[in-house]
Ligand binder design. Structure first.
Ligand code: ARG
Length: 477
């Protein structure tokens, strides 16, 4: 099939049997069309969600009297066996049966006969697949929330450890004002706390049940949708059948949140790359997160953060894929929707792997080098704003103080000195308001300690922030 001299992606499925709807058709579907339209090679990941959904549907049908108790028993027995076969890896997936739903239904019928053929009463693959994805994604979100919690705990622990460690804070990547490393780490904790909030919020809209919408219009059977929803742990049923089968907003919202999480991880990674480079030398990343170069023996490359940065592009791409997938679709279900799965699956896989490795790196692979941070903060006249504020407290308008300090900085630069090293007499040439007590505020420690309000960088505030989010995380706050 491939014109290339390199083989195409391997085709692992046998083909033979007729399609489920073949009665309507005068010729079988071409081999090429079959391969092009099938989804079973990737949607088999939904198998257990599909079985859970089918069980709830069958139990609901029996509950309202559409299915006999005997048929329900057969279906339960058959699905239990199929679950075991899939878990063991000896379920024979077939591309002739197109997708996960038809594969499981065919096997069920082979195992239990007519009861298997009755399972699809009052249901379509359209509401079935939408239900499966929601069940699957709900589970994935719960796992990711646990991972985000672990990552936040890593930041909290490190922030506590480095609450007093002074480093330069940057704007425009120029030294701006001294901050504490603990404060900087807690900035990331704040981002991931918002991400968890977003995920929990999106989960409510994932957690609604399409089953009962059938193909698009609902069904004539006296279904009890609320009963099935309860069995599956859904918070509500989707309120409109057309919307139920065609809505993928819930997946887009999830992907948007996932993309944002990856962007946060990517920003962090960018800083880890910078900080660990010998030019900065602010941190050391444990060797097990780095690799060497195949040609330059001296190199120690921060591959993990670099790959995290790279993989963020892939997840943002998946968001674009899914949002574009939806934009031209008329109501209700269209086959386009089959393309929703791979971006979703790959996003969850990429995000889960990334959260896991970054949490490990932050908790166990990150060591600060306080001397280097301190030296960099001293180089950049980081306490210039503190000197201006000092003059303001002595009555000078802020704009004038700004001007005075700009001239002091130029003087210090000319002498190759830090601000705190300038003799008092020299400082007083720029303003008679400057007194001996100025040296307290010109130190890095004095500067950070003075920013002692909620959200400020003072060590005391870092400890308060740590205590605050620690309480939230344990549900006591
Ligand atoms: N494999 C399909 C999907 O992923 C299942 C639904 C198919 N429905 C249909 N009417 N062809 O969307």
């Amino acid at each position: 099939m491939s014109p290339s001299k390199y083989p195409a992606k391997p085709q692992t499925f046998a083909s033979s049997t007729a399609e489920t709807w073949s009665g309507r058709f005068s010729e079988p579907v071409s081999e090429q069309v079959k391969i092009y339209t099938a989804s079973v090679d990737f949607d088999q990941r939904l198998a257990f969600a599909d079985i859970d959904g089918s069980l709830a549907h069958a139990r609901m049908l029996a509950h309202v009297g559409v299915l006999s108790a005997a048929d329900l028993q057969d279906i339960e027995r058959g699905l239990a066996q199929i679950r075991v076969e899939i878990a063991r890896g000896d379920f024979a997936w077939s591309i002739d049966l197109e997708d996960v739903h038809l594969n499981i239904e065919k096997r069920l019928t082979a195992l239990v006969g007519d009861a298997g053929k009755r399972l699809h009463t009052g249901r379509s693959r359209n509401d079935q697949v939408a239900t499966d994805i929601r069940l699957w994604l709900r589970d994935a979100i719960d796992h990711l929330l646990g991972q985000l919690r672990t990552l936040r705990e890593a930041f909290i622990d490190q922030a506590e450890k480095y609450a007093d460690t002074v480093m330069p804070g940057f704007t425009h990547l120029q030294v701006a004002q001294p901050v504490t490393f603990g404060h900087h780490l807690m900035a990331y904790e704040a981002m991931f706390a918002r991400d968890a909030e977003r995920l929990r919020d999106a989960r409510h809209r994932v957690n609604r049940m399409p089953l009962g919408a059938a193909a698009l219009a609902g069904t004539g059977y006296p279904l009890n949708r609320e009963y099935a929803a309860k069995l599956l742990g859904f918070e509500a049923v989707c309120s409109n059948s057309l919307d139920a089968v065609s809505d993928r907003d819930f997946a887009i919202e999830f992907l948007a949140t996932a993309a944002l999480i990856m962007v946060h991880l990517s920003r962090l990674s960018e800083e880890l790359v910078l900080w660990s480079s010998p030019r900065f030398g602010f941190i050391q990343v444990a060797d097990r997160f780095c690799t060497g170069s195949s040609i330059m023996p001296q190199k120690k490359n921060p591959d993990v953060p670099e790959l995290v940065r790279g993989k963020s592009g892939r997840v943002v791409g998946h968001l674009m894929a899914l949002i574009t997938l939806m934009k031209g679709q008329p109501l209700a279900y269209n086959k386009d929707n089959q393309e929703d799965k791979e971006p979703l699956f790959d996003t969850v896989d990429t995000l889960a792997a990334t959260l896991s490795i970054v949490a490990d790196l932050i908790a166990n692979g990150l060591t600060a080098v306080p001397e280097r941070m301190r030296a960099a903060a001293l180089e950049g006249y980081a306490t210039a704003t503190d000197l201006a504020d000092y003059l303001v407290r002595r009555g000078l308008p802020f704009r004038d103080a700004h001007e005075v300090v700009a001239r002091v900085v130029r003087e210090a630069e000319g002498r190759g000195m830090t601000l705190e090293a300038l003799p008092l007499a020299v400082l007083q040439q720029f303003s008679p308001l400057i007194q001996e007590d100025v040296f307290k505020i010109l130190t890095l420690e004095g500067s950070v300690a003075s920013r002692n309000h909620t959200g400020g960088t003072a060590p005391e505030q870092v400890r308060k922030a740590v205590a605050r989010v620690g309480l939230e995380a344990t549900g006591k706050g």
